[in-house]
Write a protein that binds this ligand. Structure first.
Ligand code: ADP
Ligand code: MG
Length: 240
């Protein structure tokens, strides 16, 4: 226990909440301790990531324990992989029952980056990832059966709400909801879109996580309103 405490201190991992899973220290642990499928470990090796960043060390075990999470870590600290890796692990493989994971990103550029990172980490598994755009929304509208083949959806909030309103997207099987750059999402008016999005994600086993570089009170309020017993992880300065 003391070990874990000093480990967190050394990596400037601050935690708040109950029953918080221990952090892990090496990507090798994912295979040996957490039974991750070999393809994930292989893709990590191939990407030349030597060891997890602090946010990955603490957020990944929390996510695989199925807990709601609000994570704050500086820009460039590897937040994307902190949710992609546990998500791929939990989804196991493609299922053809429609979207089981949804990532909301404030901008299209960021959504594209997330998409690329997913593709890189999913090599060896036939997951289907959709980035919602005007064009992909149009194909899904014309061929509703198409969307059943997909596992993971990445979208900006406006595009998503539009698709929900037009009834061309099905989110009832979504088990993982990620709000990336939550601070930016809120700045861009995300609160007006939450009702529709959360209503569409009707699965009772929905796990929610939000990632942010800063933690203004609006992010805190959002988390308190829509999460269940969340764990908070803050990397860096304690009162940043
Ligand atoms: P953030 O979302 O926190 O701003 P990103 O997820 O965009 O950060 O990651 C920033 C960069 O760090 C990316 O180029 C990513 O590929 C790289 N990266 C992620 N995890 C690691 C790691 N464990 N080791 C080295 N580089 C990493
Ligand atoms: Mg990011």
């Amino acid at each position: 226990m003391d070990d874990v405490k000093s480990f967190r201190k050394r990596h400037r991992i601050h935690i708040y909440g109950t029953d918080i899973p221990n952090p892990f220290s090496s990507f090798d642990d994912l295979g040996s301790k957490y039974n991750f499928q070999p393809y994930i470990c292989k893709n990590l090796k191939n990407s030349a990531y030597e060891k997890p960043t602090p946010i990955q060390m603490q957020a990944i075990p929390i996510m695989i324990h199925g807990r709601d999470l609000m994570a704050m870590a500086p820009t460039g600290s590897g937040k994307t992989l902190a949710y992609i890796i546990p998500m791929l692990h939990d989804l196991k493989g493609p299922e053809k029952i429609g979207y089981r994971a949804l990532i909301i990103s404030p901008t299209r550029e960021l959504a594209q980056q997330i998409y690329r990172e997913f593709k890189k980490m999913a090599v060896g598994k036939k997951f289907k990832v959709c980035m919602l755009t005007k064009a992909t929304a149009a194909t899904q509208a014309q061929t509703p059966h198409l969307r059943e083949k997909f596992d993971i959806l990445i979208s900006t909030p406006l595009r998503l709400v539009h698709a929900i309103q037009q009834d061309i997207i099905e989110l009832k099987n979504v088990r993982h909801l990620i709000l990336d750059e939550a601070d930016k999402l809120l700045e861009l008016g995300f609160l007006e879109q939450t009702d529709e999005i959360f209503a569409a994600c009707s699965n009772v086993k929905l796990q929610k996580a939000l990632f942010s570089a800063t933690f203004p009170s609006s992010v805190e309020t959002l988390a308190n309103d829509f999460m269940k017993d969340p764990i908070r992880v803050v990397i860096g300065l304690k009162n940043a």
